[in-house]
Design a protein around this ligand. Structure first.
Ligand code: FCA
Length: 334
């Protein structure tokens, strides 16, 4: 190659290299794929990881992109919406860290003309009522709570426990409406099955995870050393597992503990795979895959086709225990 030709070739290559990113950008603008956000309050929890995974998978299949963001507090939620707005996202699915952020989230979404739907935890307005015009998809909380209470009662009967010798650790999170409904449902079924009302002890949790469950349970257990048998319930399995860990720390044998959670995600699977059974008897499994996929699908159809999603979709659950967890997992696609 003579010098002149080489210089020409080189400059052509340089021009192509310079033009390339520009060309990609242009084509992305001309044919911009839809972008939506998926914001969750606890991005480290298996339940939420699975929801985001399902949303991303749907996006890959249907050619839109999902920006997954962890938003553990109010400031992060607003920053995430700003971030999505700057990226040209058209909407988002959210499970907020505090349901009272409702009006603030609504105002911020409006600023960017974004549509949004809630998943799991329904946002409320300043009077505590569900935020109007925000489609929601979540568990049928009270009924699932009933299933928890029924599963505990059945297992108590199976073990031949007398109600007067059993204490209940009710790990509560009353600022979250779905949490209250779940533990209220469990309480109702326990009482209907003859559980002693005076033997139910509240353990209010600060956070709805293992640590929150553990910290709430330890002092309550310590206050009742005379009670030898315990049942444990809460809004989710993470909190119940925290309670079970607290019984272990006090050397209460696993055979004297019946903990039943809600969710059916990674932590429960790990517990069922332990060599020896623990005090974690079971969990009402709900499909986090469906929650992630359907809430995203609702949002995308709303954005693309103007089809308003149902105001409130309530999902169901199934009892998962050591002996059937793999089968239930498969059935629910989780
Ligand atoms: C709440 C709980 C989660 C999960 C979800 C469906 O957000 O914190 O663990 O149960 O509802």
């Amino acid at each position: 190659m003579n010098r002149k030709l080489r210089r020409l070739t080189l400059s052509a290559m340089a021009a192509a290299a310079l033009a390339a990113p520009f060309a990609v950008h242009m084509s992305a603008q001309a044919d911009e794929p839809l972008k939506v956000g998926f914001l969750v309050k606890m991005p480290e929890q298996a339940w939420f990881i699975n929801e985001q995974k399902a949303a991303t998978a749907l996006g890959q299949k249907e050619h839109f992109s999902v920006v997954n963001i962890g938003t553990p507090d109010g400031e992060k939620v607003l920053a995430a919406i700003d971030n999505l707005g700057a990226q040209g996202a058209k909407g988002f699915v959210i499970c907020a860290p505090d349901v009272r952020l409702g009006p603030a989230i609504q105002a911020r979404a409006k600023r960017y003309n974004m549509k949004f739907v809630t998943v799991d935890d329904q946002l409320v307005d300043s009077t505590g009522k569900p935020l109007a015009n925000v489609p929601h998809l979540g568990m049928s909380a009270f009924k699932i709570g009933n299933q928890v209470g029924q599963a505990i009662s059945d297992e108590m009967k199976h073990r031949g426990w007398k109600p007067e010798e059993v204490g209940a650790l009710r790990i509560t999170s009353y600022e979250l409406p779905t949490a209250k409904l779940r533990t209220d449902g469990a309480t109702q079924s326990l009482l209907a099955n003859g559980f002693k009302k005076e033997n139910i002890f509240d353990a209010p949790q600060k956070t709805t995870d293992d640590e929150g469950g553990f910290n709430a349970s330890s002092p309550v257990l310590a206050q009742h050393p005379n009670i030898k048998k315990w049942v444990i319930f809460a809004l989710n399995e993470e909190s119940v597992l925290g309670g079970v860990r607290a019984t272990e720390q006090l050397h209460i044998p696993a055979a004297d503990v019946i903990g039943v959670g809600i969710n059916g995600a990674g932590e429960a699977f790990a517990e069922f795979q332990k060599k020896e059974p623990t005090g974690f008897f079971g969990t009402i499994a709900v499909s986090s895959t469906n929650h992630g996929r359907e809430s995203t699908e609702n949002l995308v159809e709303w954005i693309e086709k103007g089809k308003q999603p149902p105001a409130d979709t309530q999902t169901t659950g199934k009892l998962m225990v050591r002996s059937n967890w793999q089968q239930v997992r498969q059935e629910l696609g989780i």
